[in-house]
Design a binder for this molecule. Structure first.
Ligand SMILES: Cc1cc2nc3c(=O)[nH]c(=O)nc-3n(C[C@H](O)[C@H](O)[C@H](O)COP(=O)(O)O)c2cc1C
Length: 398
């Protein structure tokens, strides 16, 4: 699977460093050419000689060393790699990466490389949970660094929790997956999903039946296609995909603000959320009492997120979702035109077997030039088809 691929394995100074030997062996077994960089601390945990024997190459470690630079210098190593895998990645090295520190060979190579970087963090559960580490991790993910693990389980120190390095097989699989054909590789994709909630008073709100399943499936499919995904989600009861940056919002206005910010520098925006068209004109600051026989709520129009995103981003590839109960194609086409979308996905939410809260969907993919019917199937499969369509369209435009 990894034939002729060049994998640069960074090993940092954690107890899981002994497992790196097995990872290097497996990568070689899959046909990869492997070079190893060890931090100073890593060499306290496992001998460079072991890694040299297993990788078939001298281990790199020193940054300021004339002999090492004369061999394969840090910039050369950075250019050599198709993928950089850091396993284990210590809390310390994660912090260094976040700041862009270059006082070690591995730090310098990370900064200089254009290769995709994967890290397999491994540390004590309290260190993993710490605010500083979590902030660092989210910064790195936003930058496109891909996380593998960590896992939950018993730890070398006797604790139990999240922080164990992912299984070697999972790490090697994640590396292999990088070489699948990734149609949205390195594209920045922003996706909205789920419903929004508009408050009536402190305890009540208006919402809709969106489960978020379609938008979340779109996020998964885009991640698999190699995109860096920001998922802006309304309140849902499903778990977030891994390897993407999630922003949780409640109201349509919050979703609009988060979308506008996330779209800076983005390539694709997919509006799969069921955004409330209206919100209460006034939100009661106190719970409305059950005294009057009837009450009247006045609503005012919410901002149209897709229209505003188009206004602010002329070149963004913009995909809308339209939940319709009648004249599906006609209404879809009207939205496509009026909101200046590149494409729209329409579905019939009047049907009980597809659409809202269902695991399946049946949709039309509509562009200015064509309409394609996608047969009823699992939302994950529909999402894969839609992401493939988006990738094809982007290639056709560029
Ligand atoms: C016995 C021992 C085990 C350690 N295990 C870990 C670990 O699993 N994860 C971690 O983040 N740090 C661990 N540390 C702390 C790191 O070794 C320390 O932060 C070091 O500076 C890391 O250097 P590096 O990131 O440059 O490799 C351990 C330290 C000791 C003494």
């Amino acid at each position: 699977m990894l034939s002729n691929k060049r994998i640069l394995v960074g090993i940092t100074g954690g107890i899981a460093a002994y497992k790196s030997a097995e990872i290097v062996r497996s990568l070689r077994h899959e046909g990869a050419e492997v070079r190893v960089i060890m931090t100073k601390a890593a060499k306290e945990f496992i001998s460079p000689l072991t890694l040299q024997a297993l990788s078939g190459n001298r281990v790199h470690s020193e940054l300021i060393n004339a002999d090492a630079e004369a061999g394969m210098g840090h910039i050369e190593l950075a250019k050599w790699a198709d993928i950089v895998l850091i396993a284990p990645a210590t809390a310390n090295f994660i912090a260094d990466m976040t700041c862009g520190k270059a006082d070690s060979l591995l730090g310098s190579v990370n900064l200089a490389t254009n290769a995709h970087i994967l890290i397999a963090p491994a540390m004590n559960q309290a260190m993993w949970k710490s605010a500083a580490n979590q902030t660092n991790i989210s910064h790195l993910e936003r930058r496109g660094v891909q996380l593998i693990g960590p896992e939950e389980g018993p730890q070398a120190c006797g604790d139990f929790g999240v922080g164990r390095m992912a299984q070697n097989t999972e790490i090697v699989k994640s590396v292999s997956e990088q070489f699948k054909v990734q149609t949205l590789r390195s594209k920045k994709v922003v996706i909205t999903a789920g419903p929004t909630r508009e408050a009536i008073d402190p305890v009540r709100y208006i919402t809709n039946r969106s489960s978020g399943k379609m938008g979340y499936a779109m996020a998964e499919a885009a991640i698999d296609a190699g995109a860096h995904v920001t998922l802006i989600s309304g309140p849902v009861a499903i778990s977030s995909p891994e390897r993407c940056y999630v922003i949780n919002v409640e109201t349509a206005h919050e979703m609009y603000k988060a979308s506008l910010t996330a779209c800076v520098g983005a390539d694709v925006f997919i509006g799969a959320a069921a955004v409330a068209d209206y919100r209460c004109e006034t939100v009661s600051s106190k719970k409305i009492k059950r005294t009057a026989d009837t009450i009247t709520l006045n609503f005012k129009k919410n901002v149209d997120i897709l229209t505003e995103i188009r206004r602010a981003n002329k070149n963004l590839y913009l995909v809308g979702f339209a939940a319709e109960t009648e004249n599906i194609k006609e209404n879809g086409y009207e939205k496509l035109r009026s909101k200046k979308l590149n494409a729209i996905v329409t579905n019939d939410v009047a049907r009980a077997d597809v659409g809202f809260d269902s695991d399946e969907n049946e949709v039309y993919w509509m562009t200015q030039r064509s309409v394609t019917h996608i047969n009823k199937k699992l939302k994950e499969k529909i999402a894969r088809d839609l992401i493939a369509n988006i990738a094809n369209e982007i290639i056709a435009i560029s």
